[in-house]
Structure formats: structure tokens, C-alpha cells
Design a binder for this molecule. Sequence first.
Ligand SMILES: [Zn+2]
Length: 242
Amino acid sequence: MDFNLKEQISKLVALQAIDTQIYNLETEKNSKPEEIKKLDTAFEEKKQHLADLEKKLLDLQKQRKGKELDLGSKEEVIKKNQTQLYQLKTNKEYAAMLKEIAGTKADISVIEDGILGIMEQADAAKDEIAREKEVLKGEEGKLSMEKNKIQVRIKEIDDRLAQLRADRSRATSGIDAKIMGQYDRIMKGRDWLAIALVKNNACQGCFMNVPPQVINLIKMYDQLVVCEVCQRILYIDDNEPA
Ligand SMILES: [Zn+2]
């Protein structure tokens, strides 16, 4: 070995601290598009609710128009029947016509009640639409503020990542190529944690027990020792008992 293993390990520990920050920031940054999409979707749903209300109002207006046409034609029928009334020859015919007119009048009254009901519903829908439009305006402002906040955070992350990548390239200098290769391999396979502290006789990567003979091996510093369970490189803090 043409290097000091203890020194190599302390370089790896420093590198791991940088890599953990890089990993956390990249994870946060990668979650941002989904966050923006969720905000947009929630807003679109609110817009859709308003569109549904507007369609409901339109339907009510159409229903009202239909009923008004119906009403007009029934009124025409009554007018015609009333003129015919005086041309009828027999009492029987006269009585029958009066009965018909009364029936049509009853129909008209039902239609009028229906129109009133529709007008009430339309008024309620109009009020709700006005309220929803106000709410939506507020939501639109909130949405653009939230999205802006996310963009600011992404910019912060990018700036910090640029710094950390510069720090990383400095931190890797002087690390033996073979050790570096092992570190990279473990990091990618083990959730971006390649080197784990032994504390209270446990690997802080997987929290499983580390036997005393393994701890002794670490303290000898003549080979890299890995955790028997998670295969991460193990190290001890000289200031704390392992
Ligand atoms: Zn472990």
C-alpha cells in the first residue's frame, strides 16, 4: 500500500458528506415537476367546477325556454277554444269544450310552476358562479405565487449543487483509484451511502451489530473493512468508542 489508509478513510468520510448533500438536493429537485403538476391539476379541477356550473345554468335557461314555448302554444289553444265556444250548437259540446279549456289551464299552471322553479335554480346557479369566479381569482394568484416559490427553490438548489460539485472534485483528489471505484460502486447500490460509522457496536448504515473482531480489524487500518450485512465500508470515530 502506497497510501495511508486512515487518511483515505477520512477523505471518504468527507466525500460522503458532500455526496449525501448532492443526493438530497437532487432528490428534492427531481420532485419539483411533480409538485408543479399537482398544483396545476388542482387548479384545473377548480376551473372545471366553474365550467360545470356554467353549463348547468345554460341547461336551465334552455329548459326555461322550452317551457315558455310550451306555455305559449297552450295559451294559443285556449284562445282558439274560447272563440270556438260561441259557435258550438249543443250544451253537451259546450260543456265538453269548457272541460277542455279547464284542463289546458291546469296544464298551464303546472308549466308556470315549473318555470318558477327553474328561475329559482338559475338564480342560485348564478350566485354560485359569481362566488366561484371570486374564489378562482384568488386561487390563480396563489398558484402563480406557489409556482414562483418552487422556481426560486430550484435556482437555489442548482447554485448549491454547482458549489457541491466543485467541492466534490476537490474532495476526490488524493483518493486511491481502487478505493474510489469501490466507494462509487457501493454508493450506487446502497442508497448513496457508501461509508458508515460504527457506533454502539452497530453499523450506522444498516444498524446491525458489528462484532468486536471486526471493530479491531477497522482499528488496525491495513485494509478496508466492510459491513458483513450491508457491505458498506466501515469506519470508527477516534473521539468516540465504537
Ligand atoms: Zn451495515
